[in-house]
Design a binder for this molecule. Structure first.
Ligand code: 01S
Ligand code: CA
Ligand code: ZN
Ligand code: ZN
Length: 467
């Protein structure tokens, strides 16, 4: 993307600075050809002197005009040349999204989709997961609901095909056009076709294209957005890999989709007060080793307690974003690997890696651990040094992850109530200390013998903070 900007500026330097309002300079057609070659893949047989305009040139000019919201004539008029000579990068905060002529959109905000055909490149579950996540990108930003149906006529019919595949827009073999989608409307309206001559992938493996990324872009078309001029937008016309677990819709696309379907009901702001430490009902969101201390998280606040005998009574505290620069959310779960200084923090479907209490990674997806997508957040996590396993608690079940093999153990999820008698069916937080697990559930803390599977004693959760 950056490269695109730089190239564009090279063009600017080469081009003649003066442009008369209503006439084309002789160089302009050559400039336009070079521009369309660079940005629109113009591949025309070298035109003879008699043949100034080829059908290919006209086609690519139309494509460019449509992208920039100009009148689509296929002719290189001064207005078109002027836009070609305009720098298109470095203008953030202006609206760059575009609609289709007539601004078509779905009247009903519950939109159905159906998968007519799957790709042999992925398992059906993988394809479904990609489409689900791609729709969710849009329904998270606007009041839309997507419902998958398996029979009957759907608003958005998803199909894979190669070359000629039943509409007037045959695909072009590997690379080039990856997919296309029709604007909202009857029949073919909203339908989304993927080029089966591409290799469709789940991650970022090459060669191939990530199905989630392309689907998210195509569904933007199917909802009524055409291409955006903002290089950071999802609706920008070039492919870029995005991680489905952590990707959220860029601002330009949010503005575009909300202009069509309205804003999503505003979420109530999170609590930003200091929790009352010794309030008898205090519960914790997460507890874990944190550098040389133990961290107790509650809403946007945290306490840090020394682990060495002489520091036992030393408690530091503050808002999470003060102790962890730029981290603005509450924390669902956390665990650490003692001796390495590594701590993992979880919020919703995302996690972060810290080393010696310092952020070491960008947000990553919890699905990296091998959780099924029905898991949307983790309640508690604890690593057991003796076995090299990490337990993840979510709802009334738990999973076991093998830190040495870096994969989820088979046979999970299992019931918390059945396997961890005495602590109830749900867990808020957990950590290990000196061979025992300390579980937190509501205002109670349980010291647990995980080999014998029984509760040694129960105390108030905030007893850990000296209350
Ligand atoms: N479809 O939505 C596209 O933008 C087509 C080109 C149209 C002119 C049909 C396409 O496949 N473009 C490539 C692409 O990567 C470059 N599109 C999907 C994306 O994720 N940007
Ligand atoms: Ca193709
Ligand atoms: Zn098609
Ligand atoms: Zn597109």
């Amino acid at each position: 993307m950056l490269q695109l900007c730089l190239l564009q500026n090279v063009f600017l330097i080469w081009s003649k600075p003066v442009l008369k309002e209503n006439s084309l300079q002789p160089d302009d057609v050559n400039y336009a050809r070079a521009y369309l070659k660079m940005f629109y893949n113009l591949t025309e047989v070298r035109p003879g002197r008699a043949k100034r305009h080829t059908p290919e040139l006209e086609r690519k000019t139309k494509e460019m005009q449509s992208f920039f919201g100009l009148e689509v004539t296929g002719q290189l008029n001064p207005q078109t040349i002027k836009v070609m000579k305009m720098p298109r990068c470095g203008v953030p905060d202006v609206e760059n999204y575009h609609f289709y002529p007539g601004k078509p959109k779905w009247r009903n905000h519950t939109i159905t989709y159906r998968i007519a055909k799957y790709t042999p490149d992925l398992s059906p579950e993988e394809a479904e997961r990609s489409f689900h996540m791609a729709f969710k990108i849009w329904s998270d930003a606007a009041p839309l609901k997507f419902v998958k149906i398996d029979k009957g006529e759907a608003d958005i019919l998803i199909d894979f095909g190669s070359r000629t595949h039943g509409d007037f827009f045959p695909f072009d073999g590997p690379r080039g056009v990856l997919a296309h989608a029709f604007e909202p409307g009857e029949d073919i309206g909203g339908d989304t076709h993927f080029d089966e001559d591409e290799i469709w992938t789940m991650g970022n493996t090459k060669p191939g294209y990530n199905l989630f990324t392309v689907a998210a872009h195509e569904f933007g078309h199917a909802l009524g957005l055409s291409h955006s001029r903002d290089p950071t937008a999802l609706m920008y016309p070039t492919y870029k890999y995005y991680n489905s677990g952590v990707y959220t819709l860029p601002r330009d696309d949010v503005l575009g989709i909300q202009a069509l379907y309205g804003e999503k009901n505003a979420r109530r702001p999170e609590v930003v007060t200091v929790p009352t430490k010794c309030e008898p009902t205090l519960s914790f969101d997460a507890v874990a080793g944190f550098g040389n201390e133990i961290a107790f998280f509650k809403n946007r606040y945290m306490w840090l307690r020394g682990t060495w005998m002489m520091y036992w009574n030393l408690i530091r505290e503050g808002f999470i974003n003060k102790l962890l620069k730029n981290f603005h959310s509450s924390i669902d779960a956390a665990y650490d690997i003692p001796g390495t200084g590594i701590t993992y923090l979880f919020t919703g479907p995302k996690y972060w890696i810290l080393e010696q209490a310092t952020m070491k990674s960008h947000a990553r997806s919890i699905y990296d651990f091998g959780f099924p997508t029905i898991v949307k957040q983790i309640d508690a996590a604890v690593y057991i040094k003796e076995t090299g396993k990490t337990f993840f608690f979510t709802g009334d079940v738990y999973y076991r992850y093998d830190e040495r093999l870096n994969k989820m153990d088979p046979g999970y999820p299992r019931s918390i109530q059945n396997d961890w008698p005495g602590i109830g069916s749900k867990v808020d937080a957990a950590f290990e200390l000196s061979g025992y697990i300390h579980f937190f559930s509501g205002p109670k803390a349980y010291k647990y013998d995980y080999q014998q599977k029984y509760v040694l004693y129960v105390v108030k959760a905030n007893a850990w903070l000296g209350c």
